[in-house]
Ligand binder design. Structure first.
Ligand code: GLN
Length: 456
């Protein structure tokens, strides 16, 4: 913990941290030492981690990357935070992210950009950009992230680390500041599939405080990750595993370096025994308009709670109640958040609901069905995480649509609620990391982690 706190201080320029809790971390580490001396063997005992600042914490401020929540203190810990603490993890602090997790580059945080440790002139991806940068720069071995439309997988890919978004419902959303509730899901970001499995085992599980939490017995993802290896041919641990390659994930427009690194990774998987099969996700392109209708619709509703009354920013001067709402929200929210509230309000409004929101919901179902048709022919699906490597800071900052289009390969699994993973595949242009995406069927995290672990 001491060593990492020194590294965190030395790499302040990355902009990854929104708060560092030196005293608290050292106290937790000392407590972990005591527990260890007493013979305890919790799997994460004394392991330093950090949380995306979208998880509420009692001991530390929570901002969600927004001015709206500047100085906010939660009276409780998010379930994910609480479970990792119980497993013995030491919290070093909170990590920067796009405002309310809306973004693909971590350029929408009210507290400044995060820089990609591989090239500090480039973005780390988003919205869990602080988490990805902190793990990639070895400031912390693992961090939490959240993924609504790719926010764990895409920054993991841009920063050359491993991240998993579990099936919707595996990790509790209690205390995770809501963006789009039918899509939001927490997950770990770490250096390897094995570390992700360790964290996920601690973070996941049924929580009665989240109505969409999956009612399943606790899972041991480390055991699931190893399963299949005993007795299996050590040289071909993935023998017989059918990996589907959706042809829509390899379009002409895919940059040559990403295509090359992903195909090289697929060849490695074949050497390990996997069988590659062609499949199709015909509505891949439609996932962009579908997501950018549904997510803002839910966001516009979720963000209505920031009214300046109960908590969050309140304007100093106002004429009456309505004026107080208007001024507080105008001052507290950033441009991208306002854009989403306006889009969301529009698509939900009388007269447009049928034309946009309802159509999007129907397509969402069809996208989920397309995946099930694929899983009749394969066990896992593989492809790129993003169409390009990390772009330069500012490159897409003034064009939201350019950001949205880059989400094309992560949105389908989000809309279907399926587990998805990003793991380092190799390097592309300018020596920048390229991620391989693996998508599994519902609750098949064990198989995903097994394949990723074998590959690593
Ligand atoms: N880039 C997507 C968006 O801006 C996804 C964000 C996320 O997963 N939180 O909405």
């Amino acid at each position: 913990t001491q060593h990492l706190l020194a590294r965190v201080a030395a790499h302040r320029g990355l902009g990854a941290w929104l708060c560092v809790d030196e005293d608290g971390a050292l106290a937790q580490a000392a407590e972990a030492d005591r527990r260890r001396a007493a013979g305890e063997t919790a799997p994460l005992l004394g392991v330093p981690i950090a949380h995306k600042d979208i998880f509420v914490t009692r001991a530390l401020p929570t901002t969600a990357g927004s001015r709206m929540l500047e100085g906010y203190r939660s009276p409780f810990d998010a379930t994910v935070v609480q479970r990792l603490a119980e497993a013995g993890a030491v919290t070093l602090g909170k990590l920067n992210c796009d405002e309310f997790a809306m973004g693909s580059a971590n350029e929408n945080s009210a507290y400044g950009v995060v820089r990609n440790p591989w090239d500090t002139g480039r973005v780390p991806g988003g919205s869990s950009g602080g988490s990805a940068a902190a793990v990639a720069a070895r400031l912390v071995p693992a961090a939490t992230g959240t993924d609504t439309g790719g926010s764990i997988r895409q920054p993991a890919s841009f920063c050359g680390i491993t991240g998993i978004k579990p099936t919707y419902g595996v990790c509790s959303r209690y205390g995770m500041i809501a963006f789009a509730s039918s899509l939001d899901q927490a997950g770990p970001m770490a250096r390897s599939a094995e570390d992700c499995a360790l964290l996920l085992s601690a973070m996941s599980g049924f929580d009665e405080r989240d109505a969409t939490s999956a009612e399943r017995p606790p899972q041991d993802y480390v055991a699931a990750m190893r399963r299949g290896r005993d007795g299996a041919d050590a040289a071909r641990p993935l023998a017989g595993l059918r990996i589907g390659l959706p042809r829509e994930f390899f379009p002409q427009a895919l940059s040559a370096d990403v295509d090359g690194a992903v195909r090289a990774a697929l060849a490695e998987l074949e050497k390990l025994g996997a069988v590659l099969v062609d499949v199709s996700l015909p509505r891949t392109e439609l996932s962009i308009p579908v997501y950018y209708i549904i997510a803002p619709a839910e966001a516009s509703s979720n963000l209505s709670r920031y009214d300046g009354v109960r908590y969050g920013h309140r304007a100093e001067r106002y004429a009456d109640l309505l004026d107080m709402y208007k001024k507080s929200r105008a001052e507290g929210f950033g441009a991208e958040v306002k854009r989403r509230i306006m889009i969301g309000t529009y698509v939900l409004s009388h007269g447009y609901y049928d034309a946009y929101y309802l159509q999007a919901q129907k397509l969402r179902r069809m996208i989920a069905d397309d995946f099930q048709a694929c899983f009749a022919h394969c066990d896992l699906i593989a492809g790129p995480v993003t169409p390009t490597v990390a772009w330069a800071l500012g490159d897409k900052a003034d064009d939201p649509v350019k950001n949205y289009l880059a989400d094309i390969f992560t949105l389908p699994a989000s809309l279907a609620g399926l587990p998805g993973m990003s793991l380092p595949a190799g390097f592309g242009e300018h020596g920048l990391p390229v991620g391989l995406q693996l998508i599994g069927n519902y609750f098949d995290e064990g198989r995903l982690l097994h394949a990723a672990h074998a590959f690593q």
